[in-house]
Design a protein around this ligand. Structure first.
Ligand SMILES: C[S@@+](CC[C@H](N)C(=O)[O-])C[C@H]1O[C@@H](n2cnc3c(N)ncnc32)[C@H](O)[C@@H]1O
Length: 676
């Protein structure tokens, strides 16, 4: 037994021995208490596999044993309280597309909302699209409901028949960090005010100490993960097969209780394919549902915006798997990203240090002090405002929160973000993210973006690139009325790279699909698209992000790489068919004559259909060569070996398929080169 093993509870840890051998918990300088490597770790090593200590649906829609106190009325009241206690609602006149917090999963159109076991008949459709929803709905009400399950009102403990339920005691939450309820922080105070009102105004909460309810919600916000729970798979995993000591009997009852839940939920479930956190852009609204999972040990890793661990959710076992994304030395703080790993604004690919810090401050209560945030913000560069030399750039520095030119060290703000044009940068960021959402929503099986989006997107994106970022918020129509002359988006700014990615999708995939391949080829759009794809994949993702964030960069690239691969395959082959020789009338007559059958049954349908052969590989159009060669070199020689190593310990069907497609593409590019 190691020195620290005896002091802690590892009940939820599936790979207990490796975990205890690999990590230790320590007080660290900037991040406070954190898990730290106690030995060197290789890329692809699995550090922790853990089951949640507590898990509940983010959007309960029925009274099940997972949310035994749910009623539509209770849910509505709690949401209204949170809504009215959120001061930011007043200030927001439009719903922005960049809120990827808990609220982004919220859907009011849940088909399960009429479950028969919901005894509240009132129709409480609480949609109100005229005012923006609080970013804390449904996160705060869901936590409040989960609290009741752990601390039921004395007179209501018969609500579920479950013997387990009555025996279950709340798990020990002392091991979870939370900010002081005294903290002057808008989220903390919103939570405290909402908790107080819920206790005062809702009978079911009369027995509750508002301080206990507030700290519980803050612990959830500070520590829990959002995962798409595949209930059928979860049930199959039989969480109760974990070994339980007597000491932890109370937790066993909670697991058992939850399994019952899954059994009950299965009867109503029509879930689809499982999703992982890294591929959430592929999720389906009718598939697994977002749940909040609180992990005893998974919550002890620190956050970094260039983390050394990747968190993967494993739907079949309902476990969280933390995998090393690079070699880690003994003594290094272990980190994963509390922000989405995908390209949502506020995630690791898009946005800036300021944006990430703001999200972490709002929802996790801390100012990020990770290496990436302390250094130069590589996604936020601009031309030197002093124009000291033509190629000089000024960058936002995370440690000092100022701009600095790398040549003349001027700290002047670049024109892109001059105070009076502050809207310029945030406007472009919002527009780019909004457009990306529209394109992505359609591109993932939703039938493609609407025609109006396809028709206007090229002009719109080119306008943003050239001069559009100083237009007023409501002025999308490019009438030039209130456009202030300004520099184009600086090429070191993340929006520059990202817009090129969207344009590449438009030229390589959406235009040919909408207007026909013939017209696309006549207009030379494939070449234009490849050029844009190279800017996105090589100049932006590879040069700016890959070394610090390989997995997010790889997944962000895939939206563009996948249509590029398809276009190269299509454009470098000619389909070939084998057409069997037609039987002539004479030969048919002969056959008929020699047979005993005197009816002429022969007809054209006797002819065998053409057989498709392997395509004939043809040379690649010369004008594609440079772009494709650059992308193939980066992807196959530099990215693929790293991604394979990261996923070696725990394979992913999605990643395996991507690797397979890339391999075929790379072979094709080489074949084409040999032909040239
Ligand atoms: C989920 S907890 C991590 C474990 C926690 N330190 C504990 O003692 O349980 C998140 C808290 O850790 C600290 N933290 C984690 N990552 C950090 C970072 N990159 N910069 C600053 N503080 C960080 C902050 O206090 C944050 O609120």
């Amino acid at each position: 037994m190691t020195d620290w093993e005896a002091d802690y509870d590892f009940e939820t840890v599936i790979n207990r021995n490796e975990f205890i051998d690999t990590v230790e918990i320590k007080e660290c300088e900037t991040v406070g208490r954190s898990l730290v490597a106690r030995r060197s770790i290789s890329r692809g090593d699995i550090v922790l596999v853990e089951s949640p200590l507590l898990q509940y649906f983010l959007e309960p829609t029925c009274r099940s044993s997972l949310s035994p106190f749910y009623t539509k009325q209770l849910w509505k009241t709690m949401k209204e309280i949170v809504q009215s206690e959120d001061p930011s609602i007043e200030q927001r006149t439009t719903t922005t597309t960049d809120d990827k917090s808990h609220s982004s999963y919220y859907s009011d159109d849940d088909e399960e909302s009429d479950y028969s076991n919901d005894d509240d008949e009132s129709d409480t459709s609480d949609d109100d699209h005229s005012t923006p929803n609080s970013s804390f709905n449904p996160g705060v009400p869901a936590a409040m409901l989960a609290f009741l399950q752990l601390y039921p009102p004395p007179a209501k403990s018969h609500v579920t028949d479950s013997a387990h339920f009555q025996r279950a005691q709340p798990p020990d939450f002392d091991f979870f960090y939370y900010p002081s309820t005294e903290m002057e922080h808008s989220t903390v105070q919103l939570v405290c005010r909402s908790a107080k009102r819920v206790v005062q105004e809702i009978d079911l909460y009369r027995h509750v100490d508002p301080e206990l309810l507030s700290t519980f919600i803050l612990k959830i916000y500070g520590n829990a993960h959002t995962v798409a729970l595949d209930r059928k798979a979860n049930h199959r995993s039989k969480l109760t097969t974990l070994t339980h000591s007597k000491k932890h009997h109370r937790r066993q009852t909670i697991y058992a209780h939850r399994n019952e839940d899954n059994q009950q939920d299965n009867d109503n479930d029509d879930n689809g394919a499982a999703v992982t956190t890294t591929t959430s852009w592929g999720s389906s609204s009718t598939g697994p549902r977002p749940s909040i999972a609180l992990m005893l040990w998974g919550s002890k890793f620190s956050h970094a915006c260039s983390p050394n661990l990747l968190l993967q959710y494993d739907p079949p076992t309902n476990t969280m798997v933390f995998v090393a994304t690079r070699a880690i030395s003994a003594g290094e703080v272990l980190t994963f990203s509390y922000l989405p790993e995908d390209e949502s604004l506020g995630g690791l690919v898009c946005g800036s240090t300021e944006g990430r810090r703001a999200k972490l401050q709002q929802f996790k209560f801390f100012d990020c002090a990770c290496d990436r945030c302390q250094g130069r913000d590589g996604s936020r560069g601009a031309d030197c405002p002093e124009r000291c030399i033509s190629a000089a750039s000024t960058w936002y520095q995370g440690s000092t929160r100022t701009w600095e030119c790398e040549q003349c060290h001027s700290t002047a703000r670049p024109s892109f973000v001059l105070p009076e044009m502050e809207k310029g940068e945030s406007y472009v960021e919002r527009m780019v993210t909004g457009m990306a959402t529209k394109v992505r929503n359609g591109a993932n099986g939703g039938g493609g973006p609407s025609n109006s989006v396809v028709h206007m997107m090229e002009t719109y994106l080119n306008n943003l690139l050239q001069r559009g970022h100083n237009q007023g918020d409501s002025d999308d129509d490019n009438d030039g009325g209130d456009v202030v002359a300004a520099a184009a988006i600086p090429q070191h700014h993340w929006t520059f790279g990202y817009i090129h990615g969207l344009l590449a999708i438009y030229h390589v995939e959406l235009f040919p699909r909408t207007f026909g391949k013939g017209l696309a080829s006549q207009l030379g759009l494939t070449e234009t698209g490849f050029k844009e794809a190279r800017i996105y994949i090589v100049d932006f993702l590879h040069k700016r992000l890959w070394s610090s964030n390989p997995v997010p960069a790889f997944f962000a690239a895939w939206h563009v790489l996948s249509p590029v691969i398809q276009a190269v395959m299509d454009g470098t082959e000619e389909k070939q068919y084998f057409v069997p020789v037609k039987k002539t009338k004479a030969s048919r007559r002969q056959v008929t004559a020699t047979s005993d059958d005197d009816t002429d049954s022969s007809s054209d349908s006797d002819d065998e259909p053409p057989v498709m052969l392997d395509p004939l590989v043809i040379a690649m159009p010369v004008e594609w060569n440079a772009y494709i060669t650059d992308m193939a070199d980066v992807v196959t020689n530099q990215w693929v070996p790293v991604i394979k190593e990261i996923f070696a310990g725990r394979s992913s069907v999605v990643v395996d398929d991507m690797m397979h497609q890339i391999q075929k593409w790379s072979n094709r590019v080489n074949e084409c080169k040999a032909l040239a």
